[in-house]
Design a protein around this ligand. Structure first.
Ligand code: ANZ
Ligand code: ZN
Length: 863
């Protein structure tokens, strides 16, 4: 018997699909469209197993939807700008463009053998001017529409490298390369006004019904809407303008009578002004700057404060002065960068008050119980009371519930002109400036006379210069001898180009729309094409992009629509986030990680090093990562087992949104299964009638079983695929394979049933393992390519379940029988039993006391 030759077979069918341009699509208004997209890869060098899982799932959906009659767009591209290319340039002296293009070529060659049904004519790479020139135009349009602007903002500054660091280049508060403590510096930066859409981005989450709940929650929290108040405190003892007020944001204006201090962020303008004449305060502020700057760092750090001596005057009570501190836990980026502290009802404030000996005064108490005792216990304890209750010790608020007290406090503040109700979002405008080379240049020019002037449309694109050097720290665009020198488009005087480039999230915020018309050269979009294809019907990718990338894309879609490029709000109608690929970890005697390929399992199950036979210890299964060396190279797997086996295993063992454990036995099992079905097709145990033969009048036992099983498999797999239950679909196909193997050649219609079973198997498995699907189909003499064939339909006649005869009893005495579907549920059985005439007569309109259902046997009605 000839073994299944996956190498030859897989490349043969890839050639056939290519030749027949099976996956090339154009807009066709006669067909329903379906746009399936996997998050496009960063060309890091080689593909990894996470890619294989992601693209296998997307390809399954694409092939399935095509078979269901949809006009399917399934494109591929490269998220090609970014820091790793620049790091490679510094470390290996290779130009980022060359490094990136080589990686793309390598990875494309690695993807091709997977047999993905991609329209490769639409391939895009974001680092090419044909792509990024459009986003320069978009940015200028955004600026004209007030959606892009420049302002001073804090950055991470590496004092040794003399350069701005991205957040991910700051490791434990130090520069990733220099190891020097990172400083905060203020720099003029470009921003996109995502906050303009804060409310809409929040509310529209409701409409994203086909998104995972966890992602919707993450988006919700990231946007972070808080209702509250701004309060304007008069100040005493502040330098400068006596009219200056301190503005704070609070979500709890109802607790104002429990205030015992105000606190400013170390970067608050008032903190900085006070520090000018107070070296101790200046030192405190500097110290805060040296601590971690992320929100998480600040949250976990010890709460520290510095009493400035300035007093804030309480808005509700004459003569009540609150000390004003500078405190490390107040963020400049949120609210107004200043707070009032109410220790009794906020844990941070509580800890702060204990530390600095400030009053803790209870102003909210539970509705029931002894309020004085409650207050005494709270004020002597260690924990703030943050739950609902009623206002106490709060003059005109006393007795009101928290919500009513909030409204009453806001009304009074407004009346006194000391504050107002407000909505605060956690969402910040998106800072898109990067002081890097390998990104899209920001198309702006700085002129000494005219200020910041946009590059005229006619002068676009602003191309990245190729002759740059990476041997100096800082931004190569800035060091370039000539690139930044231009004449001002406005006055003609010598001016300077903006040397910032865009954050690479910029490119990934609109690539999905570019795929609709990747060769359109004027605006980036052919309107008919984008209107036809968008939104993406099914987006698939890692949950690590659940916040930023998806939010930025939702913003961009709105902004592009506002500027007339598109006409929709939500880019991704459906979203699926896949789990990660995990693998066991191994360590040698010296404690170093070992690759799976460096380890062998002895007959008694122990692990040892292949190199020298020394013992190897087994660690937990963890996400595949280079640092733990627990990676398996997809190309080697495809080489050894074939793409179909790799794809099948990727879909088999775990639900697609869960982590999958990669094991040798798993991939071998997939390969064995494919060999088995090939054997079943190539050496059938019964003689097959010619393709297309009419079905026999009647089927004998096993033949009828096979036909039934086939229809059941069609119905079940269809339902599974619709609901993203890929692993159950695989299990069902395997179960059906077992049913098919039960054929008895002696039974009537066995040949026809077996052929029908094999054809069905080929059709059902084709979206998962398309090559062997085609090979079986062709071997059976099926018409055309399976890649262009229709999905099979289940015949309901064969789906009817077997029925059973069930005894119906009243108080244990048989009163009749019922024909019920086998394994029907209890409610159905009960309802049918109560309708039996003998039973209905005994009940005479009363409810039974109890109904006992013994499935498939008896229903006993107790009256
Ligand atoms: C007084 C108060 C009393 C507060 C109380 C809470 C409880 P969310 O829900 O996240 O909006 N806050 C305001 N601005 C801040 C900043 N820049 N840095 C750190 N904390 C800040 O939180 C709003 C609450 O967080 C505000 O309400 C404020 O403290 C604090 F019993 O004001 B609250
Ligand atoms: Zn000028």
């Amino acid at each position: 018997m000839a073994r299944y030759n996956f190498k030859e077979t897989e490349s043969k069918w890839q050639g056939a699909w290519d030749q027949n341009t099976c996956f090339k699509v154009t807009e066709d208004s006669d067909l329903p469209k379906y746009y399936v997209l996997e998050m496009f890869p960063y060309p890091s060098g080689r593909i990894h197993m996470g890619h294989v899982r992601n693209y296998t799932m997307g390809d399954l959906v694409a092939r399935y939807k095509r078979a269901r009659g949809f006009n399917v767009l399934h494109p591929m591209g490269w998220d090609a700008f970014g820091l790793p290319a620049e790091n490679a340039a510094i470390e290996n002296k290779v130009h980022p463009a060359i490094w990136t293009r080589q990686n793309i070529a390598t990875m494309r060659e690695q993807f091709k053998p997977m047999g993905l049904s991609i329209d490769w004519d639409r391939e895009i790479s974001t680092c090419e001017p044909e792509y990024y020139k459009h986003e320069q135009k978009m940015f200028l349009d955004f600026a004209r529409a007030g959606l892009a602007y420049r302002k001073e903002s804090w950055v991470n500054w590496d004092p040794v490298e003399d350069t701005v660091l991205a957040n991910e280049q700051v490791i434990d508060g130090r520069g990733w390369r220099s190891g020097a403590p990172v400083e905060r510096r203020k720099l003029a930066q470009w921003f996109l006004k995502i906050t303009h859409y804060a409310d809409d981005l929040l509310q529209s989450i409701e409409t994203l019904e086909r998104w995972p709940d966890k992602v919707r929650t993450m988006q919700h929290n990231w946007i972070g809407r808080s209702e509250g108040a701004r309060i304007f405190f008069d100040l005493a003892g502040a330098p400068g303008d006596a009219d200056d007020k301190l503005e704070v944001f609070t979500t709890r204006p109802d607790t104002l009578f429990g205030a015992s201090f105000c606190a400013l962020s170390p970067q608050h303008p008032l903190s900085l002004a006070l520090a000018e004449n107070n070296p101790e305060l200046a030192e405190f502020i500097a110290e805060c700057g040296r601590m971690g700057t992320s929100e998480a760092d600040i949250e976990s750090a010890e709460k520290l404060g510095f009493d400035t001596g300035v007093k804030a005057l309480h808005p509700f009570r004459e003569g009540w002065e609150l000390p004003v501190y500078v405190a490390n836990f107040v963020l400049m980026e949120y609210g107004t960068g200043a707070i009032f502290g109410c220790p009794a009802h906020d844990q941070r404030d509580f800890d702060f008050a204990r530390k600095y000996g400030l009053a803790i005064k209870t102003v909210v108490a539970p509705r029931d119980g002894d309020r004085a005792a409650f207050a005494a216990e709270l004020e002597a304890g260690t924990e703030a009371y943050v739950d609902d209750g009623v206002a106490v010790n709060s003059e005109f608020l006393d007795g009101l519930g928290v919500d009513a007290a909030k409204s009453a406090a806001i009304a009074r503040l407004q009346q006194l002109d000391q504050g107002e109700g407000t909505v605060q979002f956690r969402l910040r405008d998106w800072g898109v400036s990067r002081q890097r080379y390998w990104g899209c240049p920001v198309p702006m020019i700085h002129c000494g006379e005219c200020g910041t002037v946009p590059v005229p449309d006619a002068d676009l694109p602003v191309l990245l210069p190729e002759d740059v050097e990476f041997d100096k720290p800082g931004n190569p665009l800035d060091h370039h001898p000539t690139w930044k020198n231009v004449d001002c488009p406005n006055c003609g005087k010598p001016a300077r180009r903006e040397t910032d480039t865009f954050d690479t999230f910029f490119e990934s915020s609109w690539y999905f729309a570019r795929f609709c018309s990747p060769h359109e050269d004027s605006t980036g979009f052919d309107r008919a094409a984008v209107d036809y294809w968008l939104p993406v019907d099914q987006y698939i990718g890692g949950v690590e992009h659940a916040v930023l990338h998806l939010l930025y894309s939702r913003f961009f879609t709105r902004a592009l629509s506002e500027c007339g490029y598109l006409d929709l709000k939500e880019p991704f109608a459906g979203l699926f986030t896949q789990g990660m690929i995990c693998h066991e970890t191994y360590r040698g005697e010296d404690g170093q990680w070992l690759q799976p390929e460096e380890v062998e399992r002895t007959d008694d199950g122990a692990l040892r090093s292949l190199a020298d036979g020394s013992p190897v210890s087994l660690g937990r299964s963890e996400k595949m990562s280079k640092s733990k060396k627990n990676v398996v190279d997809p190309s080697r797997i495809i080489e050894n087992y074939g793409a179909d086996a790799a794809r099948l295993f990727m879909l088999s063992d775990s639900p697609p949104d869960r982590d999958l454990d990669w094991t040798d036995s798993g991939i071998e099992g997939a390969w064995r299964y494919l060999s088995r079905i090939w054997r079943m097709a190539s050496e059938p145990p019964v003689e097959l009638p010619a393709a297309g033969s009419a079905a026999p009048e009647a089927f004998g036992g096993s033949a009828l079983g096979v036909v039934r099983a086939a229809h059941k498999a069609i119905a079940g797999v269809t339902d599974d695929l619709e609901k993203f239950r890929f692993n159950t679909a695989v299990a069902r196909i395997r179960e059906f394979t077992n049913a098919l193997a039960e054929i008895d050649a002696a039974d009537d219609g066995a040949g026809w049933a077996y052929r029908f079973g094999l054809e069905t198997l080929a059709q059902l498995i084709a979206p998962m393992t398309p090559h062997i699907g085609e090979e079986m189909w062709a071997h059976l003499g099926g018409a055309g390519l399976l890649a262009q064939n229709r999905w099979p339909a289940a015949d309901p006649v064969f789906l009817v379940e077997d029925s059973v005869t069930v005894g119906v009893q009243v108080n244990g005495k048989l009163r009749g029988t019922l024909e019920l579907a086998k394994d029907c549920d209890r409610d159905t059985a009960t309802e049918a039993a109560l309708a039996v005439p003998n039973v209905a007569r005994v009940l005479d309109g009363r409810e039974p006391r109890k109904v006992i259902v013994v499935p498939n046997r008896i229903v006993n009605v107790v009256v």
